[in-house]
Design a protein around this ligand. Structure first.
Ligand code: SAM
Length: 221
């Protein structure tokens, strides 16, 4: 198969994935669907898993970490209710795929990754795809990014032991925090919406993420 055919094939699989895994399960935000139709997920997956890039599940990206299931990326992004000028913080850059989806919606995306090699790889992938202003920082995302706060949306893509107060404090008025909370192995996805100094908490679904490691997360063992 030539390069052009491979590109066509990936696009077909991507559109199929959006219909069968996202639309069929109730994802309806057009800007999320449009982003996921256009971001080449296959480029964010290690070469040896490229043929599985559109599978309905997470995939390994090295260093014991994963790129999340497409449906979970779509659901979490939809829960953020982003406008085109929203400022967003992602905790857990991983492969950079979720960041690319966010960057299709708003240019103001900040992402923190604790593993330097993954951050560097994600940065390179995003730059190679032509994304400008890729704001990735290596560090402990459980402390947020106070210099850039407040955020209209904060998305945590690893499982926390509790709803992180520091992150709640970095939400703008009306801002949304999407965070999986539970044990190191299974969690519940929560959406926390800030109104003044009140925080409304909704349960979205059960989920399975790698652990959030850090000062307000799990210990690194
Ligand atoms: N969003 C990613 C993507 O699109 O590929 C998937 C993220 S993966 C499920 C979770 C990531 O969170 C891992 O890369 C892990 O190293 C990172 N992580 C865990 N604890 C962290 C912390 N305290 N700060 C920043 N990143 C963290």
């Amino acid at each position: 198969m030539g390069f052009f055919d491979q590109g066509n094939q990936s696009e077909k699989e991507r559109l199929h994935m959006v219909d069968k895994q996202l639309v069929a399960r109730g994802i309806s935000d057009e800007q999320v669907l449009d982003a996921m139709r256009n971001v080449p997920r296959e480029v964010f997956v290690p070469a040896k898993y490229r043929h599985d890039a559109f599978n309905d599940g997470p995939l390994p990206i090295g260093k014991g970490q994963t790129i999340s299931q497409p449906y979970m990326v779509a659901l979490m992004t939809e829960c953020l209710n982003l406008t085109k000028d929203a400022k967003v913080l992602e905790i857990g850059t991983g492969s950079g795929y979720q960041m690319a989806v966010l960057l299709r919606i708003t240019p103001y995306v900040y992402s923190i990754e604790r593993i330097a090699a993954l951050a560097e790889n994600a940065q390179n992938t995003l730059v190679s795809l032509g994304y400008e202003s890729v704001n990735i920082k290596v560090g402990d995302g459980t402390c947020g990014w106070p210099e850039q706060a407040p955020f209209d949306g904060i998305i945590v893509t690893s499982g926390a032991p509790s709803i992180t107060e520091t992150l709640k404090e970095q939400l703008a008025d009306g801002g949304r925090l999407i965070i999986p909370v539970g044990t190191r192995h299974t969690q519940t996805l929560y959406k926390i919406t800030r109104t003044g100094n009140r925080f409304n908490q909704e349960e979205i679904t059960c989920c399975v993420f790698v652990p959030l490691i850090g000062k307000y997360g799990w210990e690194d063992n």
